[in-house]
Design a protein around this ligand. Sequence first.
Ligand code: SR1
Ligand code: MG
Length: 423
Amino acid sequence: MAGNQGFEALTVETLPARLGALPALRTRIGAGSSHWKVREVGDGNLNLVFVVESETGTVIVKQALPYVRLVGDSWPLPLKRSFFEYNALRRQAARDPGMVPEVLHFDETQALIVMEFLTPHVILRQALIAGRQLPKIARDLGLFLARTLFRGSDLAMVAKDRKADLALFADNVELCDITENLVFSDPYFAAKMNRHTTPQLDGIVAELRTDRDLKVAAQQMKHLFVAKAETLLHGDFHSGSVMVTIEETRVIDPEFAVYGPFAFDVGMLLANFWMSYFSQGGHEDAGSRAGMRAYLLGVIDETWATFAAEFAALWRTERKGILYQASLFEDQGDALGAEQALDALLTDIWVEALGFAGVEIHRRILGLAHNADFETITDTDLRARCETKALKLGRHLAVNRRAIHSIAEVNALAERLEREIVR
Ligand code: SR1
Ligand code: MG
């Protein structure tokens, strides 16, 4: 879609009349659209999200706006992100069935996706802020990462299909541009839209912005993000892009989907768990969060272990793409050669994931788009102490990523920062 011709943003008032004839909605929630109850619940940075409810059912209608909702119409953003989200959802549904909401209808001109209403699911970030322990997230998300990343790559796909997808998602230019600037560059200089907890963080912010090793590391990570088109990424894989119940985990919002490094989604998710860990001290009004901290370190450990084990299992059973062909290894009686290549690839993913985690932590504290884990801590002295620990971990991960060998090592460092920087 070239421009915004024909596009009109929905409102709570206009939605029933405009979408009332859609078979996808009528099947789910009935034909009597004048009785539908509509509320707008979007709390993300970009889009409108409506819950549409009748006596017989409920659906979600997500519509892109031609600008960044967080900032306003001074920052235009193309509607085509909805097209990429729809296409990414279809691929993720095929690559890890049951892990993304079912898509009921897509309208490219109106940039809207009608999808399954997840209930009683809540956003994972909100659950973690509330101190809830979800027993399944590490396993579900580790598997999702391995399956979507492996199956979207040249390790698994037919080369022609992979190249077509690379070309398709390469047009998601403006959302990539957001990531390229907001994640990898803006946090490391006084960019216009940056903000941080002032004045408490002024000192450490100045330190980080003159830290040459850190700036080089961040640009190395940006270089990988821009140039290493290994697989179809979710592209914005943080705890706000996951919905949970005790039994179920679902992944939402892949509008930033693009081909990029295997490690990007992995690093983003781990970063958000480490940030949750450091933010817990700001949420202890109703009692200690020590149990929650221990839980989160366990989640981080299990997420990586599950990802690596599933990636290895897929390597051994589904490696049918053009890379590391069995004809060179297993078929020659050289299974060990394939294992050697797998180890080398997992090591690269590990090192890069740490680097991406480091910059993701920094951008959520120094850049435009902060996260609620820290933002909801109203005592700014307390918030700044939590953020300082995270910033220090982020710097260590980004700069020393090649010298870190296990999650246990990072978690031990997180515990030490937690202990040593007094609340
Ligand atoms: C202007 S958009 C800011 C952030 O919101 C999205 O959720 C992405 O994380 C993006 O970087
Ligand atoms: Mg989002």
